[in-house]
Write a protein that binds this ligand. Structure first.
Ligand code: SAH
Length: 245
């Protein structure tokens, strides 16, 4: 009987390669053995964010430990565009939403930034990283975006790389819509900046608009919630400069 296509996908830390043995974590062993009733000879899909996706066979199965052996690479590592998303954290669930959607839509790096009007003063970075990993696991992705620690927007801008352009989503000003604003731009190193519920402060707007790497854009005549804006901006950027072609 043809081997049934593996339907379980798991993130593992270790390296993946032909014949590579993998001992999964206790939680994963419990999931595979007790929940999914995997037994010797069954196949699961593994990815580690670096070496693509591999089909691996269960070679040892017990409730406390499960050992797998990589058999064949089923998908190469698929890198997203070199796109960063800078966003000001909002309520927990909506921040999780932003991280999950940025992962699915193809951000390479996700940077929570503290702006003048941000009303969240701490975030659970480990949880955000877990959301990025889970979104990749569930959507068949092989690359997990880096989720950076919480930094002040002003500090990030103080050290902004000269060769990385910024699409500044400015709810205040008359700016061009994304397709027009980016019409003569090329891909490469980019970032999208989204403000908090309270918007950007005048000082922040002033500073961003003065940066020569910045292209200000509007996301339409209606004010969007920060999480909606993040999805809209990522989608608009991807459709003009990204890897959707
Ligand atoms: N409190 C502000 C809105 C902030 S919305 C106000 O009422 O004006 C949160 C963030 O989403 C904004 O800082 C901006 O980055 C983005 N955003 C929302 N709607 C937008 C629009 N129509 N054009 C550009 N950016 C927008």
């Amino acid at each position: 009987m043809a081997k049934k296509r593996a339907k379980i996908r798991l993130f593992v830390e270790g390296s993946l390669g032909e014949g590579q043995g993998i001992v999964v974590s206790k939680e994963q062993a419990n999931y595979l053995f007790n929940v999914m009733r995997q037994k010797i000879g069954d196949n699961v899909l593994l990815f580690n964010g670096r070496e693509g996706e591999w089909q691996a066979e269960v070679v040892e199965a017990g409730k406390r430990s499960v050992k797998l052996a990589c058999r064949v690479q089923t998908a190469p590592l698929q890198l997203p565009p070199d796109l960063w998303l800078l966003f000001a954290p909002i309520k927990k669930a909506r921040t999780a939403f932003i991280v999950e959607k940025a992962t699915e839509l193809g951000a390479a790096r996700i940077m929570p930034v503290l702006t003048d009007f941000t009303n969240m003063d701490r975030i659970q970075i480990d949880r955000l990283r877990a959301y990025a990993m889970e979104a990749t696991e569930q959507c068949g992705g092989t690359f997990i975006p880096e989720v950076c620690g919480f930094q002040k927007l002003s500090d990030v801008l103080d050290h902004w790389p000269a060769d990385r352009k910024i699409m500044f989503c400015d709810e205040n000003r008359k700016a061009l819509p994304v397709a027009k604003a980016l019409a003569n731009e090329t891909g490469g190193k980019w970032a999208i900046v989204i403000g908090p519920e309270g918007g950007f402060s005048p000082v922040e707007v002033e500073r961003l608009r003065k940066m020569e790497q910045v292209t200000s854009v509007t996301l339409g005549p209606r004010i969007l919630r920060a999480d909606t804006a993040a999805v809209a901006a990522l989608t608009a950027w991807q459709s003009v400069l990204g890897d959707w072609d």
